[in-house]
Design a protein around this ligand. Structure first.
Ligand SMILES: [Ca+2]
Length: 157
């Protein structure tokens, strides 16, 4: 009985440790058949702070602070075309923009529809995934204090 308990504790510890080690592989959270999202707070973060925010998905956002701030992740994607939308909160019009690089795309600048609440980016990022496999996402600073909530992927024809 004690041995069984020990094994369970060891397994739980292992799961927690490996969970932490794969922080740049965020969980895929399905919204519908062709839509899913990942939490930016589950990305690998550099010079970026996780903050609690009421109303945010997962209750948390990531704040980009300076020119070295970035959030990186690798997710598994099926072959196909995607429209990618970042949900974020821009405290002001000087704090609502960021750069995003997805797959083999060039870096693109995006900003939220408006300020003061969590909103989608005004324009989507279009991605063509050539084959089933990993896709890298990098979000970096354009303007300080932008608060990143989640990244939504929509599989499109
Ligand atoms: Ca979030």
């Amino acid at each position: 009985m004690i041995r069984k308990t020990m094994i369970v504790v060891l397994l739980l510890t292992f799961t927690m440790l490996t969970g932490c080690a794969s922080m740049n592989k965020p969980r895929i959270q399905k919204v519908g058949k062709d839509v899913f999202f990942v939490e930016v707070e589950e990305f690998k973060l550099t010079n970026a702070q996780v903050q609690e925010l009421e109303g945010a998905s997962g209750g948390k956002v990531v704040v980009l602070q300076d020119k070295n701030s970035k959030a990186e992740a690798t997710i598994q994607l099926s072959k196909g075309n995607y429209e990618i939308t970042v949900y974020a909160l821009g405290p002001s019009y000087d704090e609502d923009a960021f750069y995003i690089t997805v797959g083999d795309n060039a870096e693109e600048r995006r900003w939220t529809e408006n300020i003061g609440e969590i909103l989608p980016t005004l324009d989507v990022v279009n991605l063509t995934q050539e084959a089933d496999g990993p896709c890298d996402i990098l979000i970096s600073l354009a303007e300080p204090n932008v608060q990143l909530d989640r990244v939504e992927f929509k599989h499109v024809p």
